[in-house]
Design a protein around this ligand. Structure first.
Ligand SMILES: [Zn+2]
Ligand SMILES: [Zn+2]
Length: 385
């Protein structure tokens, strides 16, 4: 958020939380994750009081509630009209509105008459706005992007974000800009590449199988290794429900840029497996000493300035990410996607090999990087037959 003069340098907080609504529709169990935003501490306390009747709010950071999604929306909006409920990571196979495992094909089937109180949808890590633009039915909603950072790793904070330009930095102005999809105030979202997300492709983690939607369809979504049902990924699910061709951009859509967390880029360039390794932190801190923040490095700093603060290889990788010239081993079935920024990086190749139980013809990094992200080292159906 770009803040007015008096708040520059300070961090402002909003009362938010994520809950898991569990309910039955006909004979199907549904588990839908929802974000709740509240305008004040007083209202947040009232929300807590009401929701505590439906589950143990102290059980974990994303408490289970025995109530349906529309019941939750109704209860929350009755407390205060400035509360906001936003379906979380709407394409994740489990726990989401459109998820392949326990979701719905139409938002109205989930929220019923309370659909009128839903203004925004969280795209989640495995999808980006362009994928969502392929569904006409989503045009009326504002697409937002959050880190979904339930773990303590600092590099996961801010991996996705919403950028606002506001005269008055207040809860109400933020929520109003979201509700009105006002691109003058809600100027863009910062996205991780969808291939980075844990559920982009269809696959089986234990069998080390990941397939594009076309390939998954060819084998009837059955794993060619264990012969069980594959976990249908976000890309597959979007393709299934899309009514527009790839590349369509609806009028009034909020722009976005695609990024990877700086520490991921550094660890990738250094060929270090752990993103939190000391050598990664050292490079990270060199950059953060020179530049005001991580987004500045990722979005604005020149190649020369990054290079002089850190190294030419890291500068090249940052620019490559900024320009979208990056390949991935896409995420699937709960495994994060792996960016491939450096050709012939032996550690990366080793890492790729570890992921491959069958250890054949893997770790082939394509030397030619194109301007469009595309999966690499993908195992085709022909690898199994
Ligand atoms: Zn969730
Ligand atoms: Zn399998």
């Amino acid at each position: 958020m770009k803040k007015k003069e008096s708040t520059i340098g300070s961090t402002l907080f909003m009362f938010t939380g994520e809950v898991d609504t569990e309910f039955q529709v006909k004979d199907n169990s549904k588990r839908i994750h929802l974000l709740i935003l509240s305008p004040t501490l007083e209202v947040a306390k009232q929300v807590t009081d009401v929701l505590s009747k439906y589950g143990n709010l102290n059980s974990d950071g994303r408490p289970k509630l025995h109530m349906s999604s529309p019941e939750l929306v109704e209860a929350i909006m009755e407390i205060d009209p400035w509360n906001e409920v936003i379906p979380a990571h709407i394409w994740t196979p489990w726990f989401s509105l459109y998820g392949s495992r326990s979701g719905f094909d139409r938002i109205e089937d989930c929220f019923r008459d309370q659909t009128r109180n839903i203004h925004a949808l969280e795209t989640g890590l495995s999808s980006d706005p362009a994928m969502n633009w392929r569904l006409t039915c989503l045009d009326k909603f504002t697409l937002i992007s959050n880190s979904d950072s339930h773990s303590p790793w600092p590099y996961r904070l801010g991996r996705e974000a919403n950028e606002f330009e506001l005269k008055d930095t207040s809860y109400k102005e933020i929520v109003d800009a979201i509700r009105k999809k006002d691109s003058k105030r809600f100027v863009r979202t910062l996205e991780s590449f969808p291939e980075y997300g844990k559920y982009h492709y269809t696959g089986h983690r234990n069998c080390n199988v990941y397939l594009s939607p076309e390939e998954a369809r060819k084998c009837g979504n059955i794993c060619p290794v264990c012969k069980k049902k594959l976990t249908v990924g976000v890309l597959d699910r979007v393709v299934e429900l899309a009514d527009r061709a790839e590349g369509y951009r609806p009028e009034g859509a909020i722009p976005y840029v695609s990024l990877i967390p700086l520490q991921e880029i550094i660890s990738n360039v250094l060929g270090v497996r752990e993103v939190f390794a000391k050598s990664v932190w050292e490079e990270y801190n060199k950059l953060l000493k020179k530049f005001p923040n991580e987004f500045h490095v990722l979005l604005e700093a020149t190649r020369e300035d990054i290079s002089s603060a850190s190294s030419e290889r890291i500068a090249d990788a940052v620019i490559r990410v900024r320009e979208g010239r990056i390949n991935f081993r896409p995420g699937y079935d709960g495994l994060y996607g792996m960016p491939i920024l450096v050709e012939n990086n032996t550690n990366q190749v080793e890492e790729q090999r570890k992921l491959n139980d069958q250890n054949k013809e893997r770790a082939k990094i394509e030397p030619e990087l194109t301007s469009k992200p595309k999966p690499t080292d993908q195992r085709g159906l022909s690898d199994y037959f």
